[in-house]
Design a protein around this ligand. Structure first.
Ligand SMILES: [Zn+2]
Length: 154
């Protein structure tokens, strides 16, 4: 058996890769939920370790860099969905700190179950997926107003 495995290593790996890909495609939603749960468990279990890391030298020296990089990603996403300029689709405010990405068809809650909850990982995902349609830029005020109107009409 060991000999067979040694001689057919590539073949075995290819088969394994093929099946895990299939499995992943079939169970994508389930896996996403599992990852979320695992992440939560890990964070709960390793609270001190994570806190120590957050206070570490490495983390603090890279903080500024990270903030800058994240701001660039956010600006890139906002400019794309704002039609060239990072501004609210309703009131045209262009203060990037108050701008958010809005799900035009109000399916945000549904999507958040599947993927990142929001914030930078959401922006990264949008950029990675080549800016899928169905989103617009709204400021926090207009976003809230839209939600109020939606609840009122339900
Ligand atoms: Zn607005």
């Amino acid at each position: 058996m060991a000999k067979y495995r040694k001689e057919n290593r590539d073949k075995i790996l290819a088969t394994r890769r093929k099946y895990s890909k299939k499995y992943y495609a079939k169970n994508r939603d389930r896996i996403a939920i599992l990852h979320k749960v695992w992440g939560k468990t890990y964070r709960l279990k390793n609270k001190e370790k994570i806190a120590a890391y957050m206070n570490s030298y490495w983390h603090s020296t890279h903080k500024a860099k990270r903030i800058k990089a994240n701001a660039a990603i956010k600006r890139c996403v906002m400019e794309h969905y704002g039609g060239g300029a990072a501004q609210c689709a309703h009131c045209n405010i262009n203060d990037i700190d108050v701008l958010t990405i809005d799900h035009i068809h109000n399916n945000g809650a549904e999507e958040r179950k599947k993927g990142p909850a929001g914030g930078i990982s959401f922006y990264v995902l949008l950029r990675k997926n080549n800016f899928p349609p169905g989103y617009q830029v709204l400021c926090l005020n207009c976003n809230l107003k839209k939600e109020i109107l939606r609840r009122r009409s339900d």
